[in-house]
Design a protein around this ligand. Sequence first.
Ligand code: XMP
Length: 317
Amino acid sequence: DWTSESFVETTIQGLRTRLGEDKVVMALSGGVDSTVAATLVHRAIGTNLYCIFVDNGLLRKGEFEQVLHSYQDMGLNIKGVDAKAQFYTALAGLEEPEAKRKAIGKAFIEVFDHEAHLIQDVKWLGQGTIYPDVIESVSVKGPSATIKSHHNVGGLPDFMKLKVVEPLNTLFKDEVRAVGRAMGITNSILNRHPFPGPGLGIRILGDITPEKVAILQEVDAIFINGLKKHELYDEVWQAGAMLLPVQSVGVMGDERTYERVVALRAVTSVDGMTADWAHLPYTFLAEVSNEIINRVKGVNRVVYDISSKPPATIEWE
Ligand code: XMP
């Protein structure tokens, strides 16, 4: 019988045999899969697992610091890399979604390759790939696919020449969570909503600037904290905010203002392939909208996305 406890035990033993005294490098994202995978490898080989967590400047407000601290608390050998400037430079002036995705993927590969080179004699690349990633291109847009799509462009980055270790590649998402729970990983990581690799980069429609990121981080934090406060966070599959490339008229005193519009999106879903917009209570939406408009300078209008997937996607880009 499959139990998460027995999976943990046999996987750790298998990893010890396979990896021996070798060093492994792994990029962590703060998400469930990479965290559970890293924890297994860490239990097997300890500090020979080198974890890298990159701040791409497109994370949620406070996320880099919070997640880095959780990883440190878990005892992982983790290095936080502040690469915000490098990502913003790579993105400057890009408006087209796929161009932005490519630039983000490429910057990530450069940063990670550089970091991997700093580790003497590293032999393996650890990855949080899960079974659905293996059987079909459910995660066509996932980080491993980003890496794969760069395969064909010029030479391979050196870390792609490493042997690959993927301890979760036979598991479904709920099994990954169960394994994480069996190892005592905190619910704040296990129950975290999915978050796209390119992060806020695809939730700022059009070109990205640090100022826009700062605005969207504030809006997103108000929305997400509100969901948590009202115990709605676990009721939705994913939630976030989009910064729209339009300004709308507003009034302040007897002046007309033209300020930004943000769209809130929350969906229910099983796997992200189809989704329904979440029927959040009006009182909740009203509270969040007021708080955003009162507290986030430069935003004067909030709209709620009531489209289902298909035909609308979860993200706007
Ligand atoms: P869509 O917008 O296609 O998204 O309905 C389905 C799921 O995939 C996530 N998503 C991405 N994840 N890189 C990622 O790692 C991407 O470029 C990307 N685009 C969308 C999205 O957040 C949702 O969970």
